[in-house]
Design a protein around this ligand. Structure first.
Ligand code: XUL
Ligand code: CO
Length: 435
């Protein structure tokens, strides 16, 4: 049974193609800076948006036409695995990601929920083996069910903390069984709405305890995947503790989790935090914490997390400048945590969305590689800081300078070296030369 009968396996046809069901730039075997595009991007499909998204928004119910969605919900969880793997196989996506509750629904209690999850996991494994598609990361949904209304690891209710721990234990074990290469924590409701009722210190201490338990459990079961923390400043809560990359780095350092966790950076979360994706990537990469990305984008005129597919070539060029700068992103990848618009309700729109996003990344990568090859941008930055390569600047960087020596230096010198232009406009033009 084919669920997308009108769609063939998506071919690469090159930039001149006008076939909407073909790649113009993503050519999995093409080499960029010594690696194939396939292994550079490690593209992943997000199970929750692509196979569970209904198109509902705060003003109205779902609009998506998904003819296969019918009948008993647990039987549907199994059937949907066939839909998902047909889609991913035709698209040529090498990876997928899920939350436990996207692939398998709740039972009457945790015991039944876990048993249902086992059944779906067995089918996922079968389909992974049949298609060669792999699990990039698993995670647990600790935010949708009403029990998590005060949060999960930061809930004021210790039983909810315990339930969340039991749920994550199972999600980690299934991720391991499926060969998942990473495990993600996004603090769905780990934050607060109002400080009048919140003990922030206790909540943060609890969150750290929770993550330490996850690290210990990974050791116990021999799970070797990378743990990833996914920053997001707000939504659904007014303040989320994993606010941005810098706040996450501080949390990991303060609570002794530094060596165990990296970051999964998402574009729309970066912009909600008042940063650019470029900033969040550059910051995490310089901390050696850039582990994976959730590739999407927001809307310039809407303030919320619209999770749109990335189609902006400047954005993907900036992403790839950082990713190529750290020689790739594996064992993480580029996960399309993005949903088609409520108005794009036909199944075929899912293909257009992913093809476009993969092409936008491939194009951004080619541009970034060309910029890096000529090296003019890097050379400018190197020159800009060259006063620190010798003399007084080198003393400052080495740590041999003090207020005493610097004061003497300036007093002796009389006139300091003049400033030079930052040349922002010229550099913006320079990037455009490669587009
Ligand atoms: C929510 C979000 C999540 C995480 C996984 O904004 O990005 O889907 O990626 O829990
Ligand atoms: Co995300």
């Amino acid at each position: 049974m084919a669920y997308f009968p009108e769609v063939p396996k998506i071919p690469f046809e090159g930039p001149k193609s006008r076939n909407p069901l073909a790649f113009k730039h993503y050519n999995p075997d093409e080499q960029l800076e010594g690696q194939s595009m396939k292994s550079l991007f490690r593209f992943a499909v997000a199970y929750w948006h692509t196979f569970r998204g209904t198109g509902s928004d705060p003003f109205g119910p779902g609009t998506m036409s998904r003819p296969w969605e019918e009948g008993d919900r647990h039987a549907m969880d199994l059937k949907r695995v066939d839909v998902a793997f047909e889609f991913m196989d035709k698209l040529g996506a090498p990876f997928y990601c899920f939350h436990d509750r996207d692939v398998s629904g709740e039972g009457d209690d945790l015991k039944e929920t876990n048993a249902l999850f086992d059944k779906v996991a067995a089918k996922l494994k079968e389909k992974q083996e049949e298609t060669g598609i792999k699990l990039l990361w698993g995670t647990a949904n600790l935010f949708s069910h009403p029990r998590f209304l005060h949060g999960a690891a930061t809930s004021c209710n210790a039983d909810v903390f315990a339930y969340a721990a039991a749920q994550v234990k199972k999600a980690m074990e299934i991720t391991q069984q499926l060969g998942g290469e990473n495990y993600v924590f996004w603090g769905g409701r780990e934050g607060y709405q109002n400080l009048y009722n919140t003990d922030m210190k206790r909540e943060l201490d609890h969150l750290a305890k929770f993550m330490h338990m996850a690290v210990d459990h990974a050791k116990q079961i021999g799970f070797k995947g990378t743990f990833l923390f996914e920053p997001k400043p707000k939504e659904p809560t007014k303040h989320q503790y994993d606010f941005d990359a810098a706040a996450c780095c501080n949390f990991l350092r303060a609570y002794g989790l530094w060596d165990h966790v990296k970051l999964n950076i998402e574009t729309n979360h970066a912009t909600l935090a008042g940063h650019t994706m470029h900033h969040e990537l550059a910051y995490s990469s310089m901390q050696d914490k850039l582990g994976s990305i959730d590739a999407n984008t927001g809307d310039l005129l809407l303030g919320w997390d619209t999770d749109q597919f990335p189609t902006d070539i400047y954005l993907t060029t900036q992403c790839m400048l950082v990713i190529l700068g750290q020689k790739g992103i594996g064992p993480g990848g580029v996960n399309f945590d993005a949903k088609v618009r409520r108005e794009s309700f036909e199944p075929i729109d899912l293909f257009y969305a992913h093809i476009g996003a993969m092409d936008t990344f491939a194009r951004g990568a080619k541009i970034a590689a060309a910029i890096r090859k000529e090296g003019r941008l890097a050379e400018f930055v190197k020159q800009r800081y060259s006063s620190y390569d010798s003399g007084i600047g080198a003393d400052i960087e080495k740590g041999t300078a003090s207020f005493e020596t610097l004061s003497k230096y300036v007093l002796d010198k009389g006139q300091i070296a003049p400033n030079q232009s930052g040349r922002q406009e010229w550099l913006e033009n320079l990037v455009n030369e490669y587009l």
